[in-house]
Ligand binder design. Structure first.
Ligand SMILES: Cc1ncc(COP(=O)(O)O)c(C=O)c1O
Length: 463
C-alpha cells in the first residue's frame, strides 16, 4: 500500500532551528545604516526587541527552540508530509511528489511559525504592542493570532489592493483582536506622503512597511515594536522547522534525500524554511536541486539587481544586500499578494549568488492552471502564492517523465486559498492575464540604486 501521509508525534518535533548563516560558504553582507556603515544592534533596538536582534546576528548553527514557543507550535505542529499520488497519476510521471502541508495552521499558512516565536520573544522583552504590514493578509492574520495567544496588541497595515480584494482576512485579524488599517493610511507621515503623491495608489508592501516601522519608532513609550513576517534572518531561522520536520518524515519513509526542493518566494521565508535544512546537505555534498519560485510580474530573483536597497518605499529600514527591483517598485496588482515584494531575504540571495539555489519565474496563468489541476486531483484549493510552487512541481514532474527518472520532488504547500476565491473566480471567468515586467522597470531600478552602496559579490564557484 502506498503511504500518502507521514505524521510526527509532538515528542518528535525538532527542538532546534537551523541557522544557514553558520554554513554558507561565503557570509552574507551586513545590513548597513543610513551612513553606509554596518548597523549596530543599538540602532536596530528602536525597531526590534534585543532578544530578536541577537538572533538576527547569530552565527550559531543550531538554536534551541524555547519550551514556551514549542507549546504554542503544538497547536498545529508537527505538520504532515503528504504525497500527491493522484496528481502523479494524472501527470503520468514516474516522479514521487511530496509536500509539506502548511495550510493546517489556524490562520492557514506557514506564517504563524515565526509569528508565535516573535510574539513570544516580544512578550519576554516587555513589548506591549506589535506593528506590522501585510500583503495578502496571511501575515497580518498570523501575527494577530500569535499576539492573541501571548497577550499583546497587534496593529497591521494592510496593502490597499488586498484590503479591498480580501475583506475576510481583515475579519480574521479583528477576530483575533488585531487592528487592521488599509495602507497607505492617514495614520502616519509616510502614509500621508504616499497618498498625496497618488490618492488612488494600490499600495505596496514597501509602503506598508514604512508605515508600520514609523508607527513603532514614534511611540514615545518605547513599548511598541515592529515585526517583519519574512526577509530577515531570524524569520528564515524560525521557518526551518518545516524542513527539519520534512527530513524526519522522509527518513521514516526510507528516503535519503529529495532530488528537487521547491518553494514559492515572496520575501523568502517559506522557501527558506523548507529548503535551508536541505541546502545544508547540499553544502555537505548531496546532489539536490533547490528552486525558489516567483511570479514573472515581480521577478526579483530572476531579473532583479543584486544591490544594497531599502526594505521599504520611504527608505526607513536599514539597507540590505539582496536581489531587488528597487524600493519604489509598485508591482502589478496580481492576486498572489504575498509575492509582490521588491526585495528578497539576504540569506536566500546569498544562496543564489553562490549557485546553491536556482530561481525560476512562472506566469500567473500557468500557476492558476496548476492550482486548478491540484484542486481537481489532490483536493485542496491552494493560496495563489503556493500555486507557484505547485506549478514548478508539475514542471519538474513532467521533466522527470521526459527523462524517465523516478525523482523525489518535495515542495512547500505554504497555505490554503479559501480566502482567495475571488482570484479563482477571475481566473475561471477568463479575466486574468500574464504580466511580464517591462525592461523599463529594471532600468528604473538600476538608476534608483546607483547611488547606494554596492555589495561585494562573493562566491566560491563550487555550484
Ligand atoms: C500562503 C503564502 N505563501 C507564501 C507567501 C510568501 O511569503 P514568503 O516568501 O515569506 O514565504 C505568503 C506571503 O504572504 C503567503 O501568504
Amino acid at each position: 500500500m502506498t503511504i500518502t501521509k507521514v505524521f510526527l508525534n509532538e515528542d518528535e518535533i525538532p527542538r532546534r532551528w537551523y541557522n544557514i548563516a553558520a554554513d554558507l560558504p561565503s557570509p552574507i553582507q551586513p545590513p548597513l545604516g543610513p551612513d553606509g556603515n554596518p548597523l549596530t544592534p543599538e540602532a536596530l533596538s528602536k525597531i526590534f526587541p534585543m532578544n530578536i536582534i541577537e538572533q538576527e546576528a547569530s552565527q550559531e548553527r543550531w538554536v534551541d527552540i524555547p519550551e514556551g514557543i514549542l507549546e504554542l507550535l503544538y497547536r498545529w505542529r508537527p505538520a504532515p508530509l503528504r504525497r500527491a499520488v493522484n496528481l502523479e497519476k494524472a501527470l503520468g510521471t514516474p516522479a514521487k511528489i511530496y509536500y509539506k502541508d502548511e495550510s493546517l495552521s489556524p490562520p492557514g499558512s506557514h506564517k504563524p511559525n515565526t509569528a508565535v516565536a516573535q510574539a513570544w520573544y516580544n512578550k519576554q522583552f516587555g513589548t506591549k504592542t506589535i506593528t506590522t504590514e501585510t500583503g495578502a493578509g496571511q501575515w497580518g492574520s498570523a501575527l494577530s493570532f500569535a499576539c492573541s495567544l501571548v497577550g499583546l496588541e497587534c496593529k497591521v497595515f494592510m496593502v490597499r489592493i488586498s484590503f479591498d480584494q480580501k475583506p475576510f482576512r481583515k475579519i480574521m485579524m479583528q477576530t483575533w483582536g488585531g487592528k487592521c488599517i488599509a495602507s497607505p493610511s492617514n495614520e502616519t507621515e509616510a502614509g500621508r506622503r504616499f497618498l498625496a503623491k497618488d490618492p488612488n495608489t494600490p499600495g505596496s508592501l514597501g509602503m506598508a512597511i514604512s508605515e508600520a516601522v514609523e508607527a513603532a519608532v514614534t511611540d514615545p513609550s518605547g513599548t511598541t515594536k515592529y515585526s517583519l513576517g519574512s526577509v530577515l534572518n531570524h524569520v528564515m531561522l524560525h521557518q526551518t522547522i518545516i524542513g527539519l520536520e520534512a527530513k524526519a518524515q522522509l527518513d521514516k519513509l526510507g528516503i535519503k534525500k529529495p532530488d528537487v526542493v521547491i518553494g514559492c518566494a515572496g520575501g523568502g521565508s517559506n522557501f527558506a524554511g523548507l529548503a535551508f535544512p536541505f541546502a545544508y546537505d547540499k553544502i555537505n555534498g548531496d546532489d539536490i536541486e533547490i528552486i525558489p519560485v516567483e511570479p514573472t510580474s515581480c521577478p526579483t530573483m530572476t531579473r532583479g539587481i543584486y544591490a544594497y536597497d531599502f526594505g521599504d518605499t520611504a527608505g526607513m529600514t536599514p539597507l540590505l544586500a539582496m536581489h531587488t527591483l528597487g524600493h519604489s517598485f509598485v508591482p502589478p496588482p496580481i492576486h498572489a499578494g504575498g509575492l509582490r515584494y521588491h526585495g528578497m531575504a539576504p540569506l536566500v540571495c546569498q544562496g543564489i549568488v553562490e549557485g546553491l539555489m536556482a530561481p525560476r519565474a512562472i506566469g500567473q496563468i500557468e500557476c492558476y492552471e496548476a492550482a486548478v489541476q491540484w484542486a481537481r486531483t489532490e483536493g485542496l484549493i491552494v493560496a495563489p502564492e503556493s500555486s507557484h510552487a505547485v506549478a514548478a512541481a508539475i514542471q519538474e514532474a513532467n521533466k522527470a517523465k521526459e527523462e524517465g527518472k523516478e525523482k523525489v520532488i518535495l515542495f512547500n504547500l505554504s497555505g490554503h486559498g479559501a480566502m482567495d476565491l475571488s482570484a479563482y473566480d477571475r481566473y475561471l471567468s477568463g479575466e486574468l492575464q500574464d504580466h511580464a515586467l517591462p525592461q523599463e522597470e529594471i532600468d528604473r531600478a538600476e538608476s534608483e540604486l546607483k547611488d547606494l552602496p554596492k555589495p561585494e559579490v562573493k562566491k566560491t564557484g563550487k555550484w
